[in-house]
Design a protein around this ligand. Structure first.
Ligand SMILES: C[S@@+](CC[C@H](N)C(=O)[O-])C[C@H]1O[C@@H](n2cnc3c(N)ncnc32)[C@H](O)[C@@H]1O
Length: 229
């Protein structure tokens, strides 16, 4: 299948713009409600990074970024904190052999992501969204929630530092994980080295140096230190 044209990413972004703006407001309100009253049933529990969508430039740069790692398909790509699902939805078109999985603590996000995937013609077998709080996951992964954790080779994260610092137990439990991608907020102080990972320069794509006009499109990639040995 040929890669989608660059216009695909911007047209998906425009298509999702109004529901995503509503979701952003609703989600922020629900997260704030939780910080004030955790028993409020409409609140989003443990939301450590409110929903803000990745720009289309990020969705467009992930397929070439992944191709530079030559990961043999099939494998699973996980968007940790998937929001409205746009990263998974767009990737599942460019890499049809790749399973795209999104997890999010927010039921609002998960249902919107699932609806968006459906309206874009994605089947659950190629693009799936699950409600899960990544904080506290790890050690023993919940295989009743998702049976394919071992196939996860890539994790994408566009999440605040407060959440980023809590993801290591979960990442360390993913036995097949080979590539990490962070957007805008990155691991600091060499913490990735302590966990056996290192930053990699992938030739301008995902080097983390460019930031266009304050858009959230500054990607950094990491691989396991031992994967080179
Ligand atoms: C900045 S948004 C990123 C959305 C999406 N990944 C994208 O790039 O378009 C961060 C997401 O992290 C989710 N999140 C916050 N706390 C979380 C937690 N404890 N576990 C899982 N997801 C969480 C939020 O609900 C939100 O949708």
């Amino acid at each position: 299948m040929p890669p989608p044209p660059p216009s695909y990413y911007t047209s998906l972004e425009s298509k999702l713009a109004s529901t995503s703006a509503e979701l952003e407001t609703l989600h922020l309100d629900a997260a704030l409600d939780y910080s004030m009253d955790s028993s409020n049933p409409s609140s989003v529990p443990n939301c450590l990074s409110p929903f803000v969508p990745s720009p289309s430039s990020v969705c467009a740069s992930i397929p070439p970024l992944l191709s530079s790692f030559n990961l043999p398909p099939p494998y699973t790509f996980l968007d940790l904190g998937c929001g409205d699902g746009r990263v998974c939805i767009s990737l599942s078109l460019s890499l049809p052999q790749t399973k795209c999985l999104g997890i999010d603590v927010s039921p609002l996000c998960v249902s919107q992501a699932s609806a968006n995937a459906l309206s874009e013609g994605r089947l659950k077998s190629s693009c799936e969204f699950l409600e899960a709080d990544v904080v506290g996951m790890g050690g023993e992964l919940d295989y009743t929630l998702y049976g394919g954790w071992r196939e996860v080779k890539v994790v994408y994260m566009f999440i605040f530092p407060t959440l980023l610092e809590k993801v290591w137990p979960f990442l360390n439990a993913l036995e097949g994980l080979e590539v990490l991608i962070t957007n805008t907020y990155h691991f600091e102080g060499g913490v990735e080295v302590q966990h056996g990972w290192r930053r990699v320069d992938v030739g301008g794509k995902g080097g983390g140096e460019e930031e266009e006009g304050g858009e959230f499109n500054n990607l950094v990639t990491y691989t396991r230190v031992c994967s080179d040995v």
